[in-house]
Design a protein around this ligand. Structure first.
Ligand code: AGP
Length: 616
């Protein structure tokens, strides 16, 4: 969750650092700080608990000396509360060395006692200060910051991105990563380091991804990347497709509002380049046909909203590949001694590509012989780099903590994967595949239509319901994960009790929750075709209405049978059943956002939450 930025070049670094940290705010934090090697060879540092504005105000009242080498950090507290002392950077080697860190150093306690045994004293409760003291101790021996890093990182267990600079070396910032993100921004006569590309995207879109257990040294004229043993390594270059404006609100009331409006293009961009004459061909999976033809099980692992996307994807994967599919929460999967084989395809889903629970599950699966495929929205992130194959979603930067456009992009990527694998295995009827592709290509326009025709009404509904204390969500078949997603959105945005159920489960307990006025959203299947599920869900609605529930149905245009049953009907365009989730979720995203706004809550950065949960 922490935000990291480093700069070396000809320009004054403070504004670059603060602007970069501002673009990283979405990662969630509770303190911030910067350090600068100034023109006189001094090292200045300022850090404050609270939002970036607190640090800015402090610097405005008592400025740091200017300098062109600097590092900056936004911290989400893990070891030690959000205080000025625990904020980063941390200093060592007689305050000549500054260090910032993202992640958790699991063996920091033993290292701390080792250092204290040597008379080192600490000013904070953090694991980071222990790393700083270790680097400082090594540097004092060698006078070489890179070799000091190398001597220390091999002793650190856990997940970390570390950046450091020393006042004896203006124009040099050194970084290292293990199980935590770090990317390089390549400028003209200047270079950047960042926890993700948002840190430097306004200055350059040329980037290099740093791999696991690698150390990078940046100077204005160059970049050197070595592994922990000191051997030079090739790094993967990529062009950042997000521009600076993409990380701005663009005039929307919130990042989330902007991102919900981008749901159509998130689907369209994820489809782009992967459908040729009605056939799904995912270029990133070239050369995997033989393996995909041979898999006998697909295991989807993810957390939160990404897991719900996986639950929707299961229906498509089993329908079009005829391979058994299980969906598991990553943090449960790793601790149950699962049965895996070389014919198991483990598909991870992660918007950030840095969710530690998911990352550790991927590494666990890979270590036990399974092939891993990452569906991820963040180029160069750790999970894709730790996977055998990658299918990127192209939803663009998702800044709001609540995942919306990434969710519909994840489902889209899963459907593409299902059709690609189904084709390779000869498991999907070619006519059905073409029909599915036609449906997929129509989704962006249909989502746009929901936004055009229903958004205002849903926002009004949310404002009318601002005092609601509890909302239930019902769905069946592919609509069930959408009920779960709708409930999660309401929990994380409006801070009220919300629960999603499989509609068929009502009579097995949850119906006891129904009392007069209880709001219940129901995702209604299409009445077309046999309509069997439609009839069952409408009777579910009648059962809860009879007990006083206030039912808001999400139903397809033209479904009249639902009208007498529901208090409100929110309409979605006609689509084949497998594609309804992509449309039905949109009203639930809008509703949750509207209710949070009606309650005056922070839609983009809900309390207690971070955009990327990079600790287990
Ligand atoms: C979604 O609205 C939540 N913020 C959260 O559940 C999120 O989906 C989950 O933490 C997984 O994040 P990831 O997709 O970046 O791995």
């Amino acid at each position: 969750m922490c935000g990291i930025i480093g700069y070396v070049g000809p320009r004054q670094s403070q504004d670059i650092l603060l602007a970069g940290l501002a673009r990283l705010e979405y990662r969630g934090y509770d303190s911030a700080g910067i350090a600068v090697i100034d023109g006189d060879g001094g090292l200045g540092m300022r850090k404050r608990a609270g939002k970036l504005s607190v640090l800015r105000d402090d610097l405005a009242s008592t400025p740091l000396a200017d300098g062109t080498t600097g590092i900056g950090h936004t911290r989400w507290a893990t070891h030690g509360g959000p205080t000025d002392a625990n904020a980063h950077p941390h200093l060592a080697d007689d305050d000549k060395l500054a260090v910032i860190h993202n992640g958790i150093i699991e063996n920091f306690a033993e290292l701390k006692s080792e250092l204290m045994g040597e008379g080192v004293t600490f000013r904070s409760e953090t694991d980071t200060e222990v790393a700083a003291a270790m680097i400082g101790r090594e540097y004092a021996r060698t006078g070489d910051l890179v070799s000091a890093f190398r001597a220390v990182v091999s002793r650190l267990d856990g997940a970390y991105t570390l950046l450091a600079m020393h006042k004896d070396h203006p124009g040099l910032v050194v970084g290292a990563r293990r199980n935590s993100p770090l990317v390089i921004g390549l400028g003209e006569g200047e270079n950047f380091l960042g926890s993700d590309v948002a840190a430097f995207v306004e200055h350059t879109r040329k980037a290099l991804a740093i791999g696991q257990d690698e150390i990078v040294a940046i100077t204005p004229g160059g970049v050197e990347v070595t592994d922990f043993s000191g051997a030079p390594v090739e790094v993967e270059a990529f062009e950042v497709t997000w521009d600076a404006s993409a990380a701005e609100k663009g005039g929307w009331s919130s990042f989330m509002a902007k991102e919900v409006s981008e749901e159509p293009e998130a689907v369209a961009n994820t489809l782009r380049g992967r459908i040729h004459e009605g056939r799904v061909e995912i270029p990133e999976l070239d050369g995997m046909d033989e393996f995909l033809a041979d898999i006998d099980r697909i295991l989807v692992i993810a957390c939160g909203t990404a897991a719900y996307a996986g639950m929707v994807g299961k229906y498509a994967l089993e329908t079009w590949t005829r391979v058994p599919v299980d969906v598991e929460l990553a943090h449960e999967f790793r601790y149950r001694d699962p049965v895996l084989s070389p014919r198991t395809l483990v598909v991870s889903i992660s918007q950030s590509g840095e969710t530690m629970d998911t990352l550790m599950a991927v590494k666990y699966a890979r270590a036990r012989g399974a092939k891993t495929l990452s569906i991820c929205n963040t180029q160069g992130a750790t999970i894709p780099r730790e996977s055998d194959a990658i299918v990127y979603t192209h939803a663009g930067p998702e800044v709001a903590v609540a995942s919306t456009k990434a969710f519909v992009a994840q489902i889209t990527a899963l459907y593409l994967l299902a059709l690609h694998v189904g084709r390779v295995r000869g498991a999907v009827d070619p006519v059905a595949a073409v029909e599915a592709v036609t449906e997929l290509e129509a989704v962006p326009g249909k989502i746009a239509r929901v936004l055009e025709t229903e958004q205002t009404r849903i926002e009004q509904l949310a404002h009318w319901m601002a005092d609601t204390r509890s909302v239930l969500f019902l769905g069946r078949n592919v609509g069930y994960p959408i009920a779960l997603e709708g409930a999660l959105k309401l929990k994380e945005l409006a801070y009220i009790h919300a629960e999603g159920f499989a509609a068929g489960e009502l009579k097995h307990g949850p119906i006891a929750l129904i009392e007069p006025g209880q709001p219940v959203f129901v995702v209604v299947p299409s009445p077309r075709g046999s309509g069997e599920m439609h009839k069952k869900v409408v009777s579910n609605i009648e059962e809860i209405r009879a007990r006083g529930a206030r039912v808001i149905a999400i139903a397809e245009e033209g479904d009249v049978a639902v009208l007498p049953a529901a208090d409100e009907v929110l309409r979605i365009p006609l689509a084949a059943p497998m594609f309804e989730p992509l449309l039905a979720v949109v009203p639930l995203h809008i509703f949750a956002m509207g209710l949070a706004e009606a309650k005056g809550l922070d839609v983009d950065q809900p309390r207690n939450l971070a955009k990327s949960v990079t600790v287990e």
